[in-house]
Design a protein around this ligand. Structure first.
Ligand code: 8YV
Length: 317
């Protein structure tokens, strides 16, 4: 029997059923997150480790890379790589892979669940029925807002943003977007600035990548431009939105509503958001379906196999 390849793992594959067990059956895994003294384990493992597994949430910082002089590849479970120091990796020639495409549809579906849920007050209406208010409250349940035919703005027309736009076509919506650069291959209007887009939109969906370039791009100004009739949806990263400004805008009524799957300091959600009926809150479940999580695990394993067989990851960042 050939000896198993040793792999350092920074965070558990808890979100894909069976994936952790499979990883441990195929490879000789060192689970760093379980270590009492991770620095000591890193030092001890450094001579043997050329391959590392992590997750979009756990990431990998430059210090960890620095501690592993023979590291050649980081394979991550998840599409986002804002938690991985890509510049440090590339400088060292370390390959990084993520799991793109396989989660696009489910994340776009969830953006739409939040959009419809916010506009039609689905979560609030559910609470209304459960709490026995139906028939007991004069005037019934408060009115929601129409979705079909209205204006959909998308910040970040990448893979997921495009899938969200495609669904918007089905709802007969007018669609515009803002990116760093306009795209020549899409039928949607380009807004020169995010503020222009926000002012125009009924629904503004954040689908941009996280990281320093997009940090708090959606600030007080943008929220005010979206306005008291506008709705903010975020399925990307909490870091893209100034969360304090969001709380304030909702409290003062300068923003209409919000649907959020991601937050600035997960899993912590500001109390002010929890107490507001104008927001729908989800625990970062964009990719959390059985099918997509199985596909994400499969792609992670494909990347590991590809690196070990041919020296190249399959889906490089
Ligand atoms: C999370 C994600 O990894 O892929 C990403 O970038 O944000 C998600 O798929 C997953 O929800 C675990 O938190």
């Amino acid at each position: 029997m050939t000896e198993k390849i040793r792999i350092l793992q920074l965070g558990p594959l808890a979100g894909s059923p069976g994936a952790q067990e499979r990883l441990e059956s195929l490879y000789d895994v060192v689970p760093l997150w379980k270590a009492d003294d991770p620095a000591a384990v890193l030092k001890q493992e450094a001579p043997a480790i050329r391959l590392l597994v992590t997750t979009a949430v756990r990431g990998c910082d430059a210090a960890t890379m620095q501690a592993l002089p023979h590291l050649q590849a980081i394979c991550s479970w998840g599409v986002g790589f804002d938690s991985i120091d890509i510049a440090a990796a590339h400088q060292r020639g370390i390959q990084v892979s993520n799991t793109p495409d396989v989660l696009t549809d489910c994340v776009a579906d969830l953006a739409w669940a939040l959009l419809l849920g916010s506009a039609r007050r689905i979560a609030e209406a559910d609470r209304f029925v459960r709490e026995g208010h139906w028939g007991a409250v004069h005037g019934g349940f408060p009115l929601g807002r129409r979705v079909s035919g209205r204006k959909l703005g998308i910040l970040g027309l990448g893979r997921i943003g495009s899938a969200i736009a495609k669904r918007g076509d089905g709802f007969g919506m007018e669609i515009r977007y803002h990116n760093r650069h306009p795209r020549s291959d899409v039928p949607y209007g380009y807004a020169q600035t995010l503020e222009d887009l926000a002012r125009w939109s009924d629904f503004l969906v954040v689908a941009a990548v996280g990281g320093d370039d997009t940090r708090q791009l959606v600030d007080q100004n943008i929220l005010r431009a979206l306005g008291p009739e506008g709705t903010l949806i975020n399925i990307a990263r909490g870091s893209v939105v100034d969360e304090n400004a969001l709380v304030q805008a909702l409290e003062e009524g300068s923003l209409g509503a919000a649907g959020l799957d991601v937050f600035a300091h997960e899993p912590n959600v500001p109390d002010a958001l929890k107490q507001s009926d104008r927001v729908v809150l989800l625990p970062h479940i964009g990719s959390a379906t059985l099918e997509t999580r199985a596909d994400m695990a499969e792609l992670l394993f494909d990347n590991l196999r590809s690196f070990l067989a041919g020296g190249k990851v399959l889906t490089p960042v």
